[in-house]
Design a protein around this ligand. Structure first.
Ligand code: RFL
Ligand code: PHB
Length: 391
């Protein structure tokens, strides 16, 4: 089998790249380890930055998002026993859109298939070869168990943090930057209307909690837990008790409970590799960088990467012009490091660290109070949260 761009991974990065390349007249094949139902049901991100939502609309895959997504003009920081609203739209002129990652994935898959795109689900044993030549290859086992080969001009590694693309690059060609955090997130999706119309990021004595949502009927909630915890340690009743305790407010906030329809534990890490390219292999999204979810940046960065990658590959493959491809890694990394800083900053301000003494906690509270009382500080947070312009 032959194609111009072999794409590993059918997450937001791989699928959007395939769509953008198609719009530019470039062929691709997407190889995905899981089946279609699995990738369409995987509950992950929920917040789309303003530039992400605009891009999805511009490239013709934003119709359902515009209809069903929830535009939000602000968010709440809850601390000191009170709510402090960040008026995002007032401060930046922009909004965020609450729309599940799996809905973006469903829309992209439907559109690729309607346009005749090839997504080979259940492709296993993916191996990358000849990456420093201009005819890189991918070998894999297809859904029927047959060994296949895909000959490409370029390979895009969009296979997430645990994929094969990044480890296919010799270790001495990559520089790794990382931080781990001494906590994880326990997340639930509950079939109950949100308890507040906006997201609530809570700093409490018992640790961080987040109230988010997916729709008028579905609430998404997270709590900070110790990284050693197992889901088995957290029956639903214990999760609700902890959420009530952390989200409690003097003036009668009441958290709506409902059946828990999804539960997950997510490790918290910051991670970047440089460069995001090795020969004819280009990394995009979580394959190249991870942020802790506190800033809601992961999927948005994946989208920003493939926007640049699609342009770079279009120049490379249609005009034999390598300028954008050569600049790809550096161009992406500017936005990546801004999001790394913002995500680390939000995480540091809002979580309880086991080693924290009262001094560190006073610093966190001071930062929260400053962020919500100074227009300059609030605007800085707001412009990062809604997403800095692409160019
Ligand atoms: P994905 O989505 O991980 O997709 C990679 C795909 O590659 C496949 N794959 C392979 N295929 C073939 N062969 C292999 N060897 C393969 N190995 C893996 C996988 O099956 C998968 O389909 O990466 P991508 O496309 O880079 O997208 C990144 C986003 O998924 C991620 O950054 C976000 O989910 C992060 N994130 C958030 N991002 C936001 O922008 N806003 C948010 O509100 C937000 N909240 C979150 C989040 C991530 C979370 N977790 C679970 C870590 C909240 C949480 C709790
Ligand atoms: C979510 O709704 O899943 C969500 C929202 C905001 C975050 C992270 C996750 O920072």
């Amino acid at each position: 089998m032959r194609t111009q761009v072999g794409i590993v991974g059918a997450g937001p990065a791989g699928l959007l790249l395939s769509h953008l390349l198609h719009l530019a007249g470039i062929e691709s094949v997407v190889l995905e380890a899981r089946n279609r139902a699995y990738v369409e049901q995987r509950v992950r991100a929920g917040v789309l930055e303003h530039p992400t939502a605009e891009l999805l609309r511009e490239v013709g895959v934003g119709e359902r998002m515009t209809r069903e997504g929830l535009p939000h003009e602000g968010l709440v920081l809850r601390f000191d026993g009170a709510d402090h609203r960040m008026p995002l739209a007032e401060l930046t002129g922009k909004t965020i859109t609450v729309y599940g990652q799996q809905e973006v994935v469903k829309d992209l898959i439907a559109r690729r298939l309607a346009d005749g795109g090839r997504i080979l689900f259940e492709s296993t044993d993916v191996c990358l070869h000849d990456l420093t030549t201009d005819r890189p290859r991918i070998t894999f086992v297809d859904a029927e168990g047959k060994v296949r080969q895909l000959d490409c001009d370029v390979i895009a590694g969009c296979d997430g943090f645990h994929g094969v693309s990044r480890p296919s690059i010799p270790a001495d060609k990559l520089r790794v930057f990382q931080r781990t955090y001494p906590f994880a997130w326990l997340g639930i999706l509950a079939r109950t209307p949100p308890s507040h119309e906006e997201l609530i990021y809570t700093y409490s004595e018992r640790g961080f909690a987040l109230h988010s949502m997916r729709s008028p009927e579905l609430t998404r909630l997270y709590i900070q837990v110790s990284p050693e915890e197992q889901l088995a340690d957290w029956p639903d009743e214990r999760i609700w008790d902890e959420l009530h305790a952390r989200l409690r407010l003097g003036n009668g906030f009441s958290l709506h409970e409902g059946p828990v329809v999804d539960k997950l534990l997510a490790a918290m890490r910051s991670f970047v590799v440089e460069p995001m390219r090795y020969g004819r292999l280009f990394l995009a999204g979580d394959a190249a960088h991870i942020v802790p979810p506190t800033g809601a940046k992961g999927m948005n960065l994946a989208v920003a990467d493939v926007r640049l990658l699609a342009r770079a590959l279009t120049e490379l493959l249609t005009k034999a012009n390598a300028d954008l491809a050569d600049a790809y890694s550096e161009s992406c990394l500017r936005r990546v490091w801004r999001a790394e800083h913002f995500s680390w900053w939000m995480t540091s301000m809002l979580h309880r660290f086991p080693e924290d003494d009262p001094f560190a906690q006073r610093l966190q509270l001071s930062q929260l109070r400053y962020t919500t009382s100074s227009t300059a500080a609030a605007t800085s947070m707001a412009e990062n949260y809604v997403g800095l312009p692409f160019d």
